[in-house]
Design a protein around this ligand. Structure first.
Ligand SMILES: O=C(CO)[C@@H](O)[C@@H](O)COP(=O)(O)O
Length: 233
C-alpha cells in the first residue's frame, strides 16, 4: 500500500543528497498519508545510494507500530510521529545534520531573520528547542525530542515557521508534503550559512525591520500572495 507515497518519500530523501544536506546517513524524511493514518519514513542507517522506494517503512501514526516494510524505520520516527499528531497542517518532515543549521543548533543559538532570503521562507526567527535533560535522554529520547519541539512551539505557528533547531542536536523542518519539508530544510541551511557570513562581517548585526520581513513573507505566503506564476500581480 501507499506505493506513490513511498516513491515520493524515497525521492525526497535522495533530494537531501543532491542538495548537499546529508553526510553519510545523517538525515531522514517522512511523509504522511492523505488519510493521516500512516507515516512513510526512510529505513534507519541505510546508505542513500542503495535506497529504493520498496525500502521505505510504513508506520501507524497512532500506535507507532510498523505495519509494512522489512527494515527498521528511522531512529527518529518517534519525533516525526509526535509532530504529525500535534500539527494538522503538516504532511512531511525532514531531519538533517546540515552543517550550518547544525552549527546554530549546537551553539544553542536561534536564527533571526537577517534578510529577505530568510523572510521568503520563515515568518520570523527560527527558534531553538531546549536541550533534553539526562532523564529525557535516557528514557524515551526520540519521543522527548518531539516533546521539546512542541514545547518550544507553544504560541508559535508551525506553518509560518516551518523549522526548529534542537539544542546540541540539529534541525528539523516540515511542510505540507515530504518534498516541501525538504525545500524548507534547504532554505534553512542557506539562511544559516548566510547568517554566519553576515555575523562574521558585522558581529553586532540585528534582525531586519519587521515591515521588510512581513512584505517578503506575505508576498509568497500571505492571503494576497503574488510571487510566482499562479496568481495575478
Ligand atoms: O540524529 C541522528 C543521529 O544523531 C539521526 O537522525 C541520523 O543519524 C539518521 O538516523 P536514521 O538513519 O534516520 O536512523
Amino acid at each position: 500500500m501507499l506505493e506513490t507515497l513511498k516513491e515520493q518519500v524515497c525521492q525526497a530523501n535522495l533530494d537531501l543528497v543532491s542538495a548537499g544536506l546529508v553526510t553519510l546517513t545523517w538525515g531522514n524524511v517522512s511523509g504522511l498519508s492523505d488519510d493521516r493514518r500512516h507515516v512513510v519514513i526512510k529505513p534507519s542507517g541505510v546508505a542513500y545510494d542503495a535506497m529504493r522506494p520498496e525500502h521505505m517503512v510504513v508506520v501507524d501514526l497512532k500506535s507507532g507500530e510498523r505495519v509494512e516494510g522489512d527494515l527498521k524505520p528511522s531512529s527518529d520516527t518517534a519525533t516525526h510521529l509526535l509532530l504529525y499528531r500535534a500539527w494538522p497542517g503538516v504532511g512531511g518532515i525532514t531531519h538533517t545534520h546540515s552543517p550550518k543549521a547544525t552549527a546554530f543548533a549546537q551553539a544553542r543559538r536561534e536564527l533571526p531573520c537577517y534578510g529577505t532570503t530568510h523572510a521568503d521562507h520563515f515568518s520570523g526567527t527560527v527558534p531553538v528547542a531546549r536541550a533534553l535533560t539526562q532523564e529525557e535522554i535516557e528514557t524515551a529520547y526520540e519521543a522527548n525530542t518531539g516533546h521539546v519541539i512542541l514545547e518550544r512551539f507553544e504560541g508559535l505557528d508551525p506553518i509560518a515557521i516551518p523549522a526548529v533547531l534542537v539544542a546540541s542536536h540539529a534541525p528539523f523542518a516540515w511542510g505540507k508534503s515530504a518534498a516541501e519539508s525538504v525545500k524548507n530544510a534547504i532554505a534553512l541551511e542557506a539562511c544559516a550559512a548566510m547568517a554566519i557570513d553576515s555575523l562574521t562581517l558585522s558581529p553586532s548585526l540585528g534582525p531586519v525591520e519587521d515591515y521588510l520581513l512581513q512584505k517578503h513573507y506575505n508576498r509568497k505566503h500571505g492571503p494576497g500572495a503574488y510571487y510566482g506564476q499562479g496568481k495575478p500581480h
